[in-house]
Design a protein around this ligand. Structure first.
Ligand code: FES
Ligand code: FES
Length: 168
């Protein structure tokens, strides 16, 4: 029996210690907002926060978590940076199919927590592990700038980003 602190609540789970956190969140606890993409730490769809850091839950054995505080997309809106990111995401209409977006929001919220005014380069570095098959990268950058500044982002910034191409 393991006890995990998820979204501020202690949850007791009867699982093997080497089970990845993603499986426990989705299949045992029932928090299905976090998505399975690749299962090998390559796409970012499964991103959650562990003690405020963005991590890939598909490759993180639950036995390694101890008393770490896990935050999922279901609770990120209760944090100041998560609320700013979610509001900006809606204002900019970032989402296309939506599958990658949990991971994008979680990585963006972790970025803002550690760097409240990120540059384009900071955003690219922090978000480069989150793949979007719909190609929403430009709107993601715009929304992160908007969340950081609290203001609509100037068109010039978007044009500049388009010239640079999407994050890889
Ligand atoms: S599902 Fe975890 S990184 Fe792709
Ligand atoms: S919005 Fe469709 S994969 Fe990113």
């Amino acid at each position: 029996m393991l006890t995990l602190n998820v979204n501020g609540e202690d949850r007791s789970v009867e699982v093997p210690e080497d089970m990845p956190l993603l499986w426990v969140l989705r299949d045992v606890i029932g928090l299905t907002g976090t998505k399975f993409g690749c299962g090998i730490a390559q796409c970012g769809a499964c991103t959650v926060h562990v003690d405020g850091q963005a991590v890939r839950s598909c490759v993180l054995p639950v036995g390694e978590l101890g008393d770490a505080k896990i935050t999922t997309v279901e609770a990120i809106g209760a944090t100041p940076e998560g609320k700013k990111i979610q509001d900006a995401w809606l204002a900019v209409e970032v989402v296309q199919c939506g599958y990658c977006q949990t991971g994008q929001v979680m990585s963006a919220a972790a970025l803002l927590r550690h760097n409240p005014q990120p540059t384009d380069e900071d955003i690219d570095a922090a978000m480069s592990g989150n793949i979007c098959r719909c190609g929403t990268y430009v709107r993601i950058r715009q929304a992160i700038h908007q969340a950081a500044t609290g203001k609509p982002v100037a068109e010039q910034t978007i044009a500049y980003n388009l010239q640079k191409g999407p994050a890889q």
